[in-house]
Design a protein around this ligand. Structure first.
Ligand SMILES: [Zn+2]
Length: 422
């Protein structure tokens, strides 16, 4: 599935209000479905779609919403219910009991209730709310996809700076990747965003820190305008929107950076190994919370996975246990606190940066999963056959045996891409 987004522009105030109403109605149906599930035994998906029909009979505003959009909101409720059941079966710690939504921001249309114009420049919402025609403001790729691909769903999303239409296309992104023969093990950290086994680092631009001051100021202004127990003033809502916009900006900056970095990492390596951090647990540590959520690791790893799929490359996550403690050279466990920055092994006298050591361990773990052994290239290799730690055939006989299996793995992949008949 590909999701593209376009901003809905050139609508009147009344039109945007109609979109708001549609969103509120979708929320109403979803909440009614959850209510029914809580009250009655043996509620299943079919019962929920029957409920949509009943609601449409009972409430005139529910009838206004497109019938398939009504079904979609009941499906949303069913998703949260079935996810709850699944987590119960799996015995998860947090079950996520389905809650009622209060500030829902989107409504999902399927294949009816909207119409694209011939030139794909405008969209017309044709259901009972009569939101009417909006111009679509989007980039070149989105426009092309609108022409080319079949649209499964259209989601109208309300954000701090306006209304957007998300188009879900019935296609998968699949591109031919560039195979370089490199492998990379990534240690995600606070001092650097990540460090790989060759001491290369990516430094995180502290967008949030920089705009932190501004957000604090806006937040202060907002709370000063808040009056308890009364409807809020116009000035309050203006301040609220200003705050929302600056949060939106950071969110976009972060995403942009994570996407670009992940793209860069996956395109220049064939095998990417990262550690699967339990970020929710780590954010509980309040000394680190700000820097950790700031660093947006999770988003980055999600995009690594995504690009791995797009270019058919191997992206593996490994368990993070003892990656920073064990010696990457001999395997001896060296206990250290967060503030110890270098790894010093008493057994084999290795002395390297703590993060590099972790990256090496992560890479080794990943290679174990793949069933090949990875040997760190020495300086001699770097002179003759490229960067240290690459997968190229090494000169010594012992290394050859070990690295051959990886080379085969990579080569077979390359052959496969070059010649699909193989
Ligand atoms: Zn050692």
């Amino acid at each position: 599935m590909i999701v593209r987004e376009a901003k809905l522009l050139n609508g009147s105030k009344v039109q945007y209000q109609a979109l708001d109403e549609a969103i509120r109605t979708a929320q109403f149906i979803r909440n009614r479905a959850v209510r029914l599930w809580r009250d009655e035994p043996d509620v299943n998906k079919a019962r929920l779609s029957l409920l949509c029909k009943e609601l449409a009979h009972e409430f005139p505003f529910a009838k206004k919403l497109n019938s398939m959009a009504r079904q979609a909101s009941a499906e949303r409720a069913w998703n949260s219910i079935s996810n709850f059941y699944r987590r119960c079966r799996e015995g998860a710690k947090k079950k996520g009991y389905p809650q009622f939504k209060k500030n829902s921001r989107s409504v999902e249309y399927k294949t009816s209730g909207w119409k694209l114009s011939e030139d794909c420049l405008t969209i017309n919402f044709t259901d009972g709310f009569k939101a009417g025609q909006f111009s679509l403001f989007c980039n070149h790729e989105t426009r092309e996809d609108l022409f080319r691909l079949k649209i499964n769903r259209v989601r109208v999303v309300k954000r701090a700076d306006g209304y957007y239409a998300q188009f879900c296309f019935d296609a998968n992104r699949q591109e031919a990747g560039n195979y370089t023969g490199n492998v990379i093990g990534i240690d995600l950290g606070l001092k650097y965003f990540y460090k790989d086994q060759n001491d290369n680092t990516a430094i995180y631009p502290k967008y949030l820190r920089r705009t932190q001051k501004r957000i604090k100021k806006l937040q202060r202004r907002l709370s000063r305008k808040f009056v308890k127990g009364k409807p809020q003033s116009n000035n309050y809502h203006k301040a609220r929107i200003r705050l929302g916009k600056s949060h939106l900006k950071i969110q976009r900056q972060r995403k942009d950076w994570a996407v670009k970095l992940a793209r860069c990492v996956v395109s220049s390596n064939d095998v990417v190994v990262y550690e699967d951090l339990k970020i929710q647990n780590m954010v509980k540590n309040h000394h680190l919370a700000k820097s950790i959520s700031d660093a947006s690791w999770y988003q980055f790893t999600q995009w690594l996975d995504y690009y791995g799929k797009v270019w058919d490359k191997t992206v593996i996550s490994v368990a993070p246990h003892y990656t920073s403690q064990d010696c990457s050279n001999c395997g001896h466990r060296v206990k250290k606190s967060l503030s110890t920055r270098t790894h010093q092994c008493p057994e084999c006298k290795t002395e390297i940066c703590r993060d590099t050591n972790a990256a090496l361990n992560i890479l080794k773990k990943g290679m174990n999963i793949l069933g090949v052994e990875w040997v760190r290239g020495t300086e001699g290799h770097s002179g003759t056959s490229g960067k240290p730690g690459t997968l190229e055939k090494s000169s010594t006989a012992v290394d050859e045996e070990k690295s051959d299996s990886i080379s085969c793995l990579v080569e077979s992949r390359i052959n496969f891409v070059k010649n699909p008949a193989l």
